[in-house]
Design a binder for this molecule. Structure first.
Ligand code: ZN
Ligand code: ZN
Ligand code: ZN
Length: 452
């Protein structure tokens, strides 16, 4: 009998302890520094495609192009600072990675936010009772068995894929014994949600700013946002409502432009053709104006700097020439499928081959939190399930478990013993595709190549 009654008597800790630690809204503010914040450079953040939900439309930071009156990469004159001086920041100067943190606004609930992403653990949430969703735990009947003819056909198709395998073995072999077996493939997929906050900025060229005067910003887990599809990796970047403010650009110090690195702010470079002389010798021996620099903006012997269009300054890339940036707290929501698996295979078929073929789905279950299975006829699978389910309950303590799915597949594996030219040998046929695996195929050409 394949079926065994399942009881819910196991003493299972579903990681409830982890929630006790974070069960107060106030405590979620004491966020943990994310260990691996891969895209933390704020400059890069704005390059990412930002998806916004309808709910957030109104909070979108105004893009600098929205003004329509100013050219995006114009050649506006450099702005002056509070003392009326033009701020000269060289393009070659080390680029500050972000504005100074002490200039950022104080936002209630976001006190520890920096320019690096910080993971915010979810507040305690009530998990659905696991048994409420668990359906039928019956095991499906056994897989179909391969016949001698199936085995021979499978071996022949394997031979056809290898240029140096001879067909004779597959045609002439005498099958002496067939052993039927099954491999089991257990998989657990945990779909988790992680929320991280960081300061971010974008060029500011005018438009509405959704600042703290519009109301108290919602806490990271109070912002409603859902994944597009369950069990699919996805990242959404959301500006936290009411956290925006306008600051002077840290790169150009508010000037909007930088000194051109090519001409060092002069707007011209020495003409290479006449070496700065302004004259060139004609064939007849008379001097005439150098063809290359005679109409230059900055006089003879000088060529206009192409990089800055002879202006000596280039637009600041950080603020897009506006001199101002809009700073806001960005919420990064990452949904991820975390998978773990275990394979039981008692013949000598490599595990990767077991994973690569289809089989019978013997058991499939989805719930907010699944219970380990204990009813599968193979005890190793039950043990693996217990271990993996518990490991996942511990592994994502700073994330929210949205949904879990566990599957057991039965993959038919047949061992075929045969005799060819007075020698005994063995090969395997596995999966619903009847794929063959013959590691010691006796009729390979001398080069031993196994190119497909
Ligand atoms: Zn230049
Ligand atoms: Zn010249
Ligand atoms: Zn700037």
């Amino acid at each position: 009998m394949l079926h065994r009654e399942f009881t819910f008597t196991e003493d299972i800790d579903y990681g409830q302890g982890q929630h006790d630690k974070i069960d107060q809204a106030g405590k979620q503010r004491s966020a943990v520094q994310a260990a691996a914040a891969e895209e933390t450079t704020p400059g890069k953040m704005k390059e990412k495609e930002i998806e916004t939900t309808d709910y957030l439309e109104e909070f979108k930071p105004s893009a600098p192009i929205s003004t329509g009156t100013l050219p995006r990469h114009g050649n506006r004159p450099p702005k002056t600072n509070a003392h009326g001086h033009i701020v000269d920041v060289d393009e070659n100067e080390a680029v500050p990675s972000a504005p100074p943190l002490e200039l950022m606004d104080h936002v209630v609930g976001y006190e520890s936010v920096s320019f690096d992403a910080i993971s915010v653990p979810p507040p305690f949430f009530e998990a659905e009772s696991p048994d409420a969703e668990i359906s039928n735990r019956d095991i499906l009947p056994n897989c179909p068995q391969v016949t001698e003819q199936d085995a021979r056909t499978a071996l022949l198709s394997l031979v056809a894929q290898h240029c140096c395998y001879g067909k004779d073995v597959a045609k002439e072999m005498a099958i002496t014994k067939i052993n039927y077996s099954s491999a089991f493939h257990y998989q657990l997929h945990s779909f988790t949600e992680k929320r991280e906050t960081s300061w971010a900025y974008s060029p500011y060229g005018g438009g509405e700013v959704d600042g703290v005067e519009n109301g108290a910003p919602p806490l990271p887990w109070e912002i409603e946002c859902y994944p597009g599809t369950l069990f699919e990796d996805e990242v959404k970047l959301i500006p936290v409502p009411h956290t925006s403010s306008v600051k002077s650009c840290h790169r150009c110090k508010g000037g909007g432009s930088l000194l051109c690195a090519e001409c060092h702010g002069k707007g011209w470079v020495r003409c290479l053709s006449c070496h700065g002389d302004g004259w060139s010798a004609s064939t007849s021996g008379y001097k005439e104006r150098c063809f290359y620099c005679h109409s230059s903006t900055h006089g003879h012997g000088r060529q206009d700097c192409l990089k800055c269009n002879a202006k000596g300054r280039v637009p600041c890339p950080t603020c897009d020439n506006y001199g101002q940036i809009q700073c806001f707290i960005q919420l990064t929501i990452s949904w991820k499928v975390n998978s773990a698996e275990h394979i039981v295979e008692r013949l000598s078929l490599p595990e990767d081959l077991v994973k690569s073929v289809s089989g019978q789905v013997a058991f499939e279950e989805e719930a907010q939190q699944v219970l380990p299975i204990g009813h599968f006829p193979d005890e190793t699978i039950n043990m693996a399930s217990t271990q993996i389910v518990h490991a996942h309950a511990q592994a994502f303590s700073d994330q929210k478990l949205i949904r879990q799915k566990q599957v057991v597949r039965i993959i038919p594996v047949t061992e075929i013993n045969y005799r060819w030219k007075n020698k005994n040998n063995v090969f395997y046929v596995f999966g619903f595709e009847n794929r063959a695996y013959a590691p010691d195929y006796p009729q390979k050409c001398c080069c031993g190549c196994t190119i497909l």
